[in-house]
Design a protein around this ligand. Structure first.
Ligand SMILES: [Zn+2]
Length: 691
C-alpha cells in the first residue's frame, strides 16, 4: 500500500478474543464484560450473532434468533447497547456469524446435498448449508441488516466449500459448463474433474462477494473475513477468497482430535507461514482454541498454548484466541497479547528475510485428497474429487522437510504454486518435497529460476506426474536433476545408503551407513552430474553378511544454467517424519546450508529452538526464538536455555539490541560483518530486536 494513506487498524498487529458462549462465567453489565476483555489484552472481539448453537439437542442455528435487528428474525437487539459501550471504551467489534451449520427447521432447500440427494451433517448433528443456493439470498438480507450497525466487521464461520448436488448447484453447474454435474467422480473425464474442483471455489468467492457488497452498503468501512482452509487442504479456496476477504484466517491452533503426540508438531507455525504465502500481503489470523479438540471444555497446558501463540507471532500472523474459562494455560495468552500490544510498532509491517522457500503443493494435496491424514473436524474435509494414488506422499514429505529444517534452525518460508512467478526470485533456494505432480507452467517457472542462479533441492519422484496425475515417461525436471528416472527399486525395509564419500552433504554425519527409505529410484545419472552418496546393494534377507555398496546414486548434484540442483532419488523426507533418523535431518540440513548459507547460528539448542528472521519498515531486525523443549505431548513443562549465543551475519550498523518479552537490553559484540548476541535466558519465547 502507498505510504501516504493512513494504515487501517487491521493492517497493524492485533489480538482477537473469540466469541463468548452461553454458560461462561462473565460479569452481568456490558461495561464490565468489555473491561474484562480489554484487561486480558484483546483489541478486538468476535461477538456472537446468535446463541442458538449452544442450546437445544440439535446442533446449528435456527436462522431466526439473532441478537441484533434483522428481517430474517431476531430475539432481542442486544447489539445496539453493547456496541454503544464498546465504542465508549474504544474496543473493536466483529460480529461472528455462522454461515455453515443450521437446524432442520431452517429449510431443506438451503441444505447441501450429496450425490444421492441426502443431507450432510456437521459435528454429528445439524445440517450444512450450501452457499450457492437460496441460502445466498437469505445471507444478503442479514448482511445488509448487520451493515446498519457501526461494527468493525463480520466474521463468517464457513461458508462450506465442498461439492453439493442441491437443485441450485445442479442448475448453476449446467449453466456454467454446459453439462450435467457428474455424479460419479471416479469416472469423470479430466475436464469434468477440473470443473468439479473449480465450481465450489467460485461459489465460495461469489458468496463472500455478495455478502460483502450487502454489508458495505450501509457500513462501507467494515471488513469481512471467513474461516479459511486448514493446513493439508489444497488452499486454492484461500487463494481465491483473499481477493474479497480483508484478512485470511485458518484454524492453525485447533489441536487435538487424536492424541497430541500423533499431531503434526508444527501445525501452527506451518499454518501461519502458509497463510502468509496465500494472503499475498493481506493480514492473516491463526485461530487458537484453548481447548483440546474435541474435549472442547478441557484446556491445553501452558506450554502448548504458549507455543501456538509464539509460532503465530513469529510468522507474522495475528492470534485469535478462544477460551471458556481462565485456566493456568490461558494466562500465557494474556501475557502474549500484552507483548503484541506493547510492541505493536516493532511488529508492524514486518517481512521475512528467509532465503529458503519450501513449496507447499496445492495440486498434489488436491490430487491425493483421500489420503490426507491430519486431525480436524468433519466440516473441513472438503473436496473429494479424486482418489489418485501417486508413488509418494507430498504432505508427509512436506512435514518431514518442515520438521528437519525447523529442528536444524534454518530460516525458511513456504511458497505455493500460484505465487512462484511473483515470489520465487526473493529466494536463493527452493525445496520441492515430493512435488510428484507438476504442471508445465510450474516446470517452466522452476527452470527459469535455476537457470538464472536460483538453487534447488528435490526428492524422490518430484515432477514424474502431470497436473492430472498421469505418469510421465521421465522427470519433468530431468535436465535440472541431472538424471533420468530409471527403475523403481523394490520397496525395502532392510537396505542402506552409504554416506562414506566425504563431501559437503555427508560432512559431520554421525554414521555413514544409514537406513534406506522404503521407496527409492535407481536413476540414470547424466554426464555432468556429481554423485554424492550411493545405495548399498539389495539385501536378500536380514542377518546376512552386509551387502557391498552399489554404483547407484542416492544423491546427485547438478548444475543448470547459473544454478545448482541437489536431488535425492529416495523418500528421505517422508521417512524422516516417520522414523526421525538423525542422519536424515543432518543430510537435509547440510544440503540446504550448502545451497543457501545459514543466516543464524546458535551455540546450543539444535533440535530445540525454532527461529524466524524478520525486518520491519524501520529496518529493525527481529529474531524470533521459540523453545521447543518438553517431553511427550501435551507438553507439561519446558527447559529454559541459558546464555544462548546468536550469531547473525549483517552488514548493517547495529546500535541497540533488546529482548522484547523479557524487556531487557542485551549485550552483543561485532566481529567483522557478524553480530554475536547473548541472551541470558530463553524461556518459552523471545523476540530479539536489533536496531
Ligand atoms: Zn448446492
Amino acid at each position: 500500500m502507498s505510504s501516504d494513506q493512513p494504515q487501517k487498524w487491521w493492517q497493524k498487529p492485533f489480538t482477537i478474543m473469540a466469541q463468548c458462549y452461553e454458560g461462561m462465567d462473565l460479569p452481568k453489565s456490558n461495561e464490565k464484560v468489555i473491561k474484562l476483555k480489554k484487561s486480558l489484552g484483546f483489541d478486538v472481539e468476535h461477538w456472537l450473532g446468535s446463541s442458538d448453537q449452544n442450546l437445544g439437542d440439535i446442533g446449528g442455528d435456527s436462522g431466526r434468533n439473532y441478537n441484533f435487528k434483522t428481517r430474517v428474525g431476531y430475539k432481542k437487539d442486544l447489539l445496539k447497547d453493547y456496541l454503544k459501550t464498546s465504542k465508549k471504551l474504544n474496543h473493536k467489534m466483529i460480529v461472528y456469524l455462522n454461515v455453515h451449520w443450521f437446524r432442520p427447521e431452517f429449510g431443506a432447500d438451503k441444505f447441501i446435498r450429496d450425490a444421492r440427494g441426502g443431507n450432510v451433517t456437521g459435528y454429528g448433528s445439524g445440517n450444512l448449508v450450501c452457499p450457492a443456493g437460496p441460502f445466498l439470498e437469505w445471507a444478503k438480507i442479514i448482511a445488509e441488516d448487520l451493515g446498519r450497525y457501526a461494527i468493525q466487521g463480520v466474521f463468517l464461520d464457513g461458508p462450506v466449500y465442498r461439492l453439493c448436488y442441491c437443485e441450485s448447484c445442479k442448475n448453476k453447474f449446467k449453466e456454467k459448463y454446459g453439462i450435467e454435474m457428474p455424479e460419479n467422480i471416479t469416472h469423470a473425464s479430466e475436464n469434468e474433474k477440473k470443473y468439479l474442483r473449480e465450481f465450489p471455489v467460485s461459489n465460495l468467492v461469489n458468496f463472500l462477494n455478495c455478502f460483502r457488497k450487502a454489508f458495505n452498503m450501509h457500513n462501507p468501512e467494515g471488513i469481512i473475513y471467513h474461516n479459511g482452509e486448514t493446513l493439508s487442504s489444497p488452499g486454492f479456496a484461500n487463494e481465491a477468497a483473499i481477493e474479497v476477504d480483508d484478512i485470511l484466517g485458518s484454524e492453525g491452533g485447533f489441536l487435538g482430535y487424536d492424541p497430541l503426540r500423533t499431531n503434526f508438531f508444527f501445525n501452527t507455525s506451518a499454518t501461519a507461514k502458509l497463510l502468509n504465502s496465500q494472503a499475498r500481503g493481506k493480514p492473516t489470523v491463526v485461530f487458537i482454541d484453548y481447548g483440546f479438540k474435541k474435549y472442547d471444555y478441557y484446556g491445553h497446558p501452558e506450554p502448548e498454548i504458549g507455543r501456538m501463540y509464539a509460532e503465530t507471532i513469529a510468522n507474522n500472523a495475528n492470534p485469535w484466541f478462544l477460551w471458556y474459562e481462565l485456566t493456568p494455560g490461558t494466562k500465557i495468552a494474556v501475557k502474549m497479547n500484552k507483548l503484541i500490544q506493547e510492541n505493536r510498532e516493532v511488529l508492524s509491517n514486518t517481512k521475512s528475510l528467509a532465503k529458503v522457500a519450501v513449496l507447499y503443493s496445492g495440486l498434489n494435496q488436491q490430487l491425493t485428497a483421500q489420503k490426507r491424514k491430519i486431525s480436524q473436524d468433519d466440516v473441513h474435509s472438503s473436496l473429494k474429487t479424486n482418489t489418485i494414488e501417486l508413488s509418494g506422499n507430498h504432505f508427509d514429505a512436506f512435514m518431514g522437510i518442515y520438521t528437519a529444517l525447523t529442528r536444524s534452525q534454518v530460516v525458511f518460508d513456504l511458497i505455493t504454486e500460484k505465487n512462484l512467478e511473483t515470489k520465487l526470485n526473493d529466494y536463493q533456494l527452493l525445496v520441492l518435497p515430493q512435488v510428484l505432480a507438476m504442471d508445465e507452467y510450474t516446470i517452466t517457472a522452476i527452470k527459469e529460476f535455476v537457470k538464472n542462479g536460483g538453487n534447488l533441492i528435490a526428492t524422490f519422484d518430484t515432477s514424474l506426474y502431470t497436473a492430472e496425475g498421469n505418469k510421465r515417461d521421465d522427470f519433468g525436471l530431468r535436465e535440472l536433476f541431472g538424471c533420468n528416472a530409471g527403475e523403481m527399486a523394490p520397496t525395502t525395509m532392510i537396505d542402506y545408503i552409504s554416506a562414506d564419500n566425504n563431501n559437503f552433504l555427508t560432512n559431520g554425519i554421525s554414521q555413514s551407513r544409514i537406513p534406506c527409505p522404503p521407496k527409492r529410484r535407481y536413476v540414470k545419472p547424466q554426464k555432468y552430474s556429481r554423485e554424492l552418496m550411493f545405495y548399498y546393494k539389495e539385501m536378500p534377507r536380514r542377518y546376512l553378511r552386509l551387502a557391498n555398496i552399489s554404483e547407484k546414486p542416492a544423491a546427485l548434484l547438478n548444475t543448470y544454467g547459473k544454478g545448482k540442483v541437489l536431488f535425492f532419488p529416495e523418500e528421505i523426507d517422508s521417512n524422516y517424519i516417520e522414523f526421525c533418523f538423525p542422519e536424515e535431518r543432518q543430510l537435509i540440513s547440510n544440503a540446504v546450508n550448502y545451497l543457501a548459507p545459514r543466516q543464524l547460528k546458535f551455540n546450543k539448542g539444535l533440535n530445540f529452538i525454532e527461529t524466524t528472521l524478520m525486518q520491519n519498515e524501520k529496518g529493525q531486525i527481529l529474531i524470533h526464538l521459540i523453545n521447543l523443549s518438553g517431553a511427550e505431548r501435551p507438553v507439561e513443562n519446558i527447559i529454559p536455555f541459558e546464555n544462548l549465543e546468536i550469531t547473525y551475519k549483517t552488514g548493517k550498523k547495529i546500535k541497540n539490541v533488546y529482548a522484547a518479552l523479557n524487556r531487557q537490553v542485551l549485550k552483543f559484540k561485532i566481529l567483522k560483518n557478524q553480530i554475536v548476541i547473548t541472551l541470558p535466558k530463553l524461556d518459552h519465547y523471545e523476540i530479539v530486536v536489533l536496531s
